[in-house]
Design a protein around this ligand. Structure first.
Ligand code: ADP
Ligand code: ADP
Length: 232
């Protein structure tokens, strides 16, 4: 479970301060699929960077499964990100010199899992995401939709607690976008993936079970699937 409590984020110094996040609080329960929407400059990337430990909050706290991100020593951050968080980016972020199989298994390999276990886990998740036949290929040999499915597989293969997706359909055409969103829905529903997705695209957000709206660094309301919009 992710607990974001009253976080604030300022950029700049004394005379030139930008308040990028202003007292943001929300909780993501295990098994949720949440979208965060907002116009450009509303703070979406900053929020994601704070949760992913890339950026430090100025105030407030973020807990993942009870562990406070701000209190992790620098030396623990890389391990924390690798073991607990999965990332899906607009531009895929796959390593060009590795096959899809090697890309997907990287976090497990770095953690010294034995090669048989890695292979089994990678094949299992790849089969569920429909890219089993592409595992021996390099990223340049597959379509955008297949690259993004490989990124999704990588994001959950090690049993990560939370998948952070930043505009995952941003580089895909509408058919591949629909395909990916259906895959993400399946990951959420059938494979127990908890997903936090940032998007400015209403179509993508319509797949989420809950949508949080950011405006000028503040969370101003949320929409629950099948329910009403309510102010927060
Ligand atoms: P979004 O992802 O919704 O477009 P951002 O999180 O990128 O929004 O930006 C939120 C606000 O913080 C904006 O006003 C932006 O200009 C400012 N900002 C973001 N990153 C930095 C930075 N590194 N230095 C200064 N200001 C920043
Ligand atoms: P998807 O909808 O799953 O993303 P597409 O319909 O776009 O797949 O692509 C079908 C096939 O064409 C794929 O199996 C892939 O091997 C090949 N293909 C598509 N785009 C590319 C590309 N940019 N480079 C190499 N192969 C591609």
């Amino acid at each position: 479970m992710l607990h974001v409590q009253n976080i604030e984020k300022y950029y700049g110094s004394r005379n030139n301060v930008t308040k990028a996040l202003d007292r943001i609080s929300f909780t993501v329960e295990d098994g949720e699929f949440i979208a965060i929407m907002g116009a450009s400059g509303s703070g979406k990337t900053t929020l994601l960077n704070c949760i992913s430990t890339i950026d430090a909050v100025s105030a407030g706290s973020i807990l993942l499964d009870g562990e406070s991100i701000a209190e992790l020593p620098q030396s623990e951050l890389a391990r924390f990100r690798r073991e607990r968080l999965g990332f899906v980016f607009q531009d895929f972020n796959l390593l060009d010199t590795l096959t899809l199989e090697e890309n997907i298994g990287l976090a497990l390999t770095i953690n010294h899992a034995d090669s048989h276990t890695v292979q089994e886990k990678v094949r299992d998740v790849a089969r569920q995401l429909g890219i089993e036949g592409e595992l021996a290929k390099f990223p340049y040999q597959v379509s955008g939709g297949q690259k993004q499915r490989a990124a999704c597989a990588r994001a959950m293969v090690a049993g990560q607690s939370l998948i952070l997706a930043d505009e995952p359909t941003g580089a895909l055409d509408s058919k591949a976008s629909k395909n990916l969103l259906e895959i993400m829905t399946r990951m959420n529903r059938d494979m127990a993936a908890t997903i936090l997705m940032v998007t400015h695209d209403a179509y993508s957000a319509s797949y989420a079970s809950r949508v949080l709206f950011l405006k000028d660094g503040r969370l101003f309301n949320e929409l629950i699937r099948g329910g009403r919009t309510r102010p927060v």
